[in-house]
Ligand binder design. Structure first.
Ligand SMILES: [Zn+2]
Length: 508
């Protein structure tokens, strides 16, 4: 059979009267009512793992139940996931019988997997692997090896990075992250990074080094990263001086690889408290295309309390949370009246976002529905306020990520807006060079990482962002109603159109 492909029209399409009718279920009064509960100080700032987060989960659970959405697993709406609260403990390192001093000779960030590594060989890799000009490194087998790399990038005597001209700090940082990611991917045992000044680094990172962190409980031991002084590096490399190697690389522009026989014990320790948290899932089964899934997400956790101050998080992300509740209500009502979506819908409020996108990260690692059948994720994070740029026009929303994986998704989103909503869609933060990097900073990113197209709806930051003053009285509910309806029209089209949207680009 011949498959005919028609171009998606760029003009506003005819209005779908059924969709129009159901969109009216979404009202500013409902949103206001829900948000007064979600962002109330009795929720204690909804910090992941704490009582307030559990109370909010319970509220969402009961809302889904009241809409007569059946629990996605026999008895529950919860996807419970294990978390570790990790208290920093000093690591111990011994090189050839000599004990080194933590935060003097070396440092490492808390939250790494507990482990004891006995090393007999260290592989010096200059400035690292897979750099544009350092292709030679690509052939190096790093599996199970303990690597030593120099921090920064090679510079010539005029302090110019000769790898690709003058790099900006952010390019440098992402390059650095990439090197570590590659080492991890290729199965390195550990990475030692030689830094210029351990004491200065420790001072600059005091907070991060001393604060407890929260992580998903790991299924496997992760590659540790330790930052070491030049003196310690010299002791590890024995006869060779790291400073000399550095000079040589910078003068020649050529990589140097060296293997050093050395006895080293790296002992990473942790003090772990185990807790659990939960994502709340409202699943509405589709009709003829029910094996395909549209996900709509928002995080319901926030920053908790600081002494007596409650971080209410009305905008962040109470606004997204109540939008999800309202959207679930709308799609459930449509189904009850014989207008159920063709594809299945998952309305998911996730926890752990403020601790590092943990709830969504757990979901994509343990998906309740196959990721390959997951068409897209529409993620809502902060839609109740206005930023400085739009202080005279509340009817806008930043759209981020919509064209990164699927050109169809971008068109559908634009059409939904032109046909029904007429908001100003601002793509400023969709620019991959934007220094805020919002694309990487909310839950949709965990889906995008897995090749699932996403849209991130966002109103930008404001003076109350991550402050106790992010409260309900400052929310513009009319604006929220409009954006929630735009998400509804977009989701409605995605759920009911004949073809699943294509994945045809990779701009992530
Ligand atoms: Zn947020």
């Amino acid at each position: 059979m011949l498959l005919l492909l028609f171009p998606v029209s760029l003009f506003a399409q005819a209005k779908d009267t059924v969709a129009m009718r159901y969109s009216k279920i979404i009202t500013k009064d409902d949103l206001h009512g829900y948000l007064q509960i979600v962002a109330d100080s009795s929720m204690e700032g909804r910090e992941t793992g704490k009582e307030g987060q559990k109370m909010c989960a319970d509220f969402i659970y009961n809302m889904f139940k009241s809409f007569e959405i059946p629990p996605y697993k026999d008895k529950t709406y919860y996807q419970t996931f294990p978390l570790n609260i990790i208290k920093p403990m000093p690591a111990e390192i011994n090189v050839n019988g000599k004990q080194y001093m933590v935060n003097g000779d070396f440092y490492s960030f808390p939250g790494q997997s507990e482990q004891r590594i006995e090393v007999s060989n260290v592989l010096f890799l200059g400035y690292g692997m897979d750099d544009e000009k350092y292709n030679d490194y690509k052939g190096v087998d790093v599996k199970d090896k303990t690597l030593m790399i120099l921090s920064g990038e090679p510079m010539n005597s005029d302090s110019v990075y000769f790898v690709s001209g003058n790099k900006t700090k952010s390019q440098w940082t992402s390059n650095y992250r990439l090197k570590l990611e590659k080492a991890r991917e290729k199965g390195a045992r550990a990475v030692l990074i030689v830094v210029d000044n351990v004491i200065e680094d420790v001072r600059a990172n005091k907070h991060r080094l001393e604060t407890e962190s929260m992580k998903l409980e790991m299924d496997k031991t992760e590659m540790p990263i330790v930052y070491i002084s030049k003196e310690m590096a010299n002791d590890i490399l024995k006869k060779t001086k790291v400073e000399k190697l550095k000079e040589k690389i910078c003068a020649s522009g050529k990589p140097i690889i060296k293997s050093a026989k050395t006895k080293m014990i790296i002992d990473i320790k942790n003090r772990i408290t185990k807790i659990t948290s939960e994502n709340v899932l409202g699943y509405i089964e589709g009709s003829d295309l029910k094996n395909e899934l549209i996900i709509v997400t928002a995080h319901y956790d926030h920053l908790g309390m600081d002494k007596n101050k409650v971080y209410c998080g009305a905008d962040d992300d109470g606004s997204g949370t109540v939008a999800i509740i309202e959207l679930a209500k709308t799609f459930a009502q449509a189904k009850k009246e014989g207008h159920g979506a063709r594809r299945s819908m998952l309305f998911m409020t996730v926890a752990g976002e403020e601790k590092g996108l943990l709830g969504s990260s757990y979901y994509v690692q343990h998906p309740e529905f196959p990721l390959k059948n997951t068409v897209c994720d529409l993620n809502i994070d902060m839609i109740g306020r206005q930023d400085e740029k739009h202080k005279d026009n509340p009817d806008y929303v930043y759209i981020i990520g919509d064209d990164k994986l699927s050109s169809t998704l971008h068109t559908i989103s634009e059409n939904a807006n032109k046909t029904y909503s007429n908001l100003e869609l601002d793509y400023t933060y969709n620019d991959e060079n934007d220094k805020n990097r919002f694309y990487y900073r909310s839950d949709h990113y965990n889906f995008a990482k897995n090749g699932i197209p996403v849209i991130f709806y966002f109103n930008g930051v404001h003076a109350d962002y991550h402050r106790p003053t992010d409260t309900v009285d400052k929310i513009n509910f009319e604006k929220m109603e409009k954006i929630t309806r735009l998400v509804f029209f977009t989701a409605w089209e995605l759920a009911n159109r004949n073809e699943r949207i294509v994945v045809d680009s990779d701009k992530k």
